[in-house]
Write a protein that binds this ligand. Structure first.
Ligand code: TA6
Length: 300
């Protein structure tokens, strides 16, 4: 359930006919956008984008029909934000996977309309709840802009007196007709760590095809990617700024069966392309320094 006063947020920040603040799944607060060119949603829980749907087009993001919508659990699908670590915490396997901000309620700062674009800004920062896992003082500001394309901008600030290190990922689940028929162009020749093969380093040859469980961290790449979906007859283009790793993930059938919040056979309907800075490309910030990572999603 939301801890914020949804009605007060709607009164203060809603834009009639464009952006509403209301109770979504599980009673969680969300911002719902509707313009002549696109619809979209982002939950305050995890600052979690769950929808971007250009008018006349299929939804761009996958959200599991079995997702949980409650405190302490990440929404399965959309764009979870992984921070300040990616995957399991190296020094504490009891820590929540992918960090702790995707299961926190973020603060809705503002909603602004600029022509046909609508931007939603949310923030979260360090506090007693975060210091149990991560000693640094930080502030995250996430700016999502819904328009003829979708931009996701995550700005991290070191609010403390010590240098800090962090990983980050926009763990986007894209909606595909059939992952086994989709392909991803833009990674040819790029080295990657294959999580399904003890993180062995390999080289991508040609486009990425999903023929088994696929869990790869592509290294030292700022390339734009194109996800070709012959079933939905479209291409999803992901471009990025200030990101040097890209994760590609599909659990395939066997791993999907272990995921209670991913319904039967839904693994075929999703393909993750994750704009990120992880592993050896984790970032360090001196006191007062900021870093902004950006992903732009468009349809071709
Ligand atoms: O991004 C790929 C990955 O790290 C996979 O290994 C898998 O664990 C996936 O993230 C989902 O993680 P989650 O904690 O959301 O179930």
């Amino acid at each position: 359930m939301a801890t914020v006063d949804i009605a007060e947020l709607e009164r203060r920040l809603g834009i009639p006919g464009v952006a509403r603040v209301l109770a979504g799944n599980g009673g969680l607060a969300k911002v719902q956008i509707a313009t002549p060119i696109a619809a979209g949603e982002v939950y305050l829980h995890g600052a979690h984008v769950t929808s971007w749907k250009p008018v006349g087009k299929e939804e761009v993001f996958f959200v599991s029909a079995n997702s949980l919508w409650q405190d302490g659990h990440a929404i399965r699908g959309g764009v979870p934000i992984c921070f300040p670590w990616f995957g399991d915490k190296a020094d504490d396997h009891h820590a929540p996977a992918h960090g702790f901000v995707r299961t926190k309620e973020w603060k809705l700062e503002k909603i602004t309309a600029n022509g046909s674009d609508v931007s939603v800004e949310l923030s979260t920062e360090s506090g007693p709840d975060t210091r149990q896992w991560y000693a640094a003082d930080f502030r995250l500001v996430y700016r999502v802009t819904y328009g003829s394309e979708l931009t996701l901008e995550l700005t991290m600030s070191n609010a403390g007196r010590e240098a800090l290190r962090f990983e980050e990922a926009l763990h986007a689940y894209h909606n595909v007709g059939d992952a086994t028929q989709a392909s991803i162009a833009g990674l040819d020749g790029i080295h990657y760590l294959d999580k399904t093969d003890s993180f062995r380093e390999k080289t991508q040859i040609g486009d990425v095809h999903i023929t088994a469980e696929t869990d790869r961290v592509y290294l030292n790449t700022s390339h734009s990617l194109t996800l070709a979906d012959p079933v939905l007859q479209r291409r999803i283009v992901v471009t990025k700024e200030n990101s040097l790793t890209t994760v590609v993930w599909n659990p395939w059938s066997e791993t999907a069966l272990t995921m209670s919040d991913l319904g039967q056979d839904q693994w075929k309907k999703m393909l993750c392309i994750e704009t990120s800075n992880v592993g050896q490309f984790a970032l360090e910030l001196r006191p007062g320094q900021q870093h902004m990572m950006k992903a732009t999603v468009s349809l071709a």
